[in-house]
Ligand binder design. Structure first.
Ligand SMILES: [Zn+2]
Length: 192
């Protein structure tokens, strides 16, 4: 564990005890999955976790946010950065923030872009499972959600793939795809 200001860098093995020690005062009903797009794998040196989070925070502030948008960031080496306090509502998905936890996974997971490392895969599964367990949520497409499933303008879940104005986030190849169907076959079984 290493901390610089509010940013706390944890190994997967340190995450659960860190989480247990937290007092969370708001109701949590879902965990959001995103990819950072930029920074991508080419920007990760293996030791610049803090600099990357500080520059994301700078970029988010320039977009008008009070601080970095996400509660957590995962990295290609399997590490986790605590970013925005769990008691603070994230700025992740319009329509899904009030009761949400926002995870930004560092990389560009669109088809043909970054090939997710096995350590980051393991990390994403680990942190998501731990959060679901902590907040007594059963893994499903309502407790783990992808940014892509929400209309950017209305903040509502899209009724059907291809309808509405959406982002590709967390990437068209995130655990095999960014659709609800891809989630059910690619990521959901790994969360049970
Ligand atoms: Zn996103």
């Amino acid at each position: 564990m290493k901390a610089i200001g509010k940013f706390i860098l944890l190994d997967m093995s340190e995450f659960d005890s860190w989480l247990q020690a937290q007092t969370v005062k708001r109701k949590i009903m879902l965990v959001q999955q995103h990819h950072t797009y930029i920074p991508a794998y080419k920007h990760f040196t293996g030791s610049n976790h803090f600099q990357l989070c500080q520059s994301m925070e700078q970029a988010h502030k320039e977009r008008g946010f009070a601080e970095i948008a996400q509660n957590f960031t995962t990295f290609p080496d399997g590490k986790i950065m605590v970013c925005r306090n769990l008691n603070t509502i994230p700025a992740g998905i319009k329509g899904a923030n009030s009761y949400g936890i926002c995870i930004e996974n560092l990389g560009n997971f669109d088809k043909g872009k970054d090939n997710m490392s096995s350590l980051q895969k393991e990390c994403i599964i680990h942190i998501t499972r731990s959060l679901l367990t902590r907040f007594k949520l059963v893994p499903s497409e309502t407790t783990v959600v992808y940014h892509h499933w929400y209309d950017l303008n209305t903040g509502k879940r899209i009724a059907k793939e291809g309808i509405g104005s959406t982002k590709a986030c967390p990437g068209t190849n995130f655990f095999g795809g960014n659709t609800v169907e891809a989630f059910k076959t690619g990521l959901l079984p790994l969360l049970k």
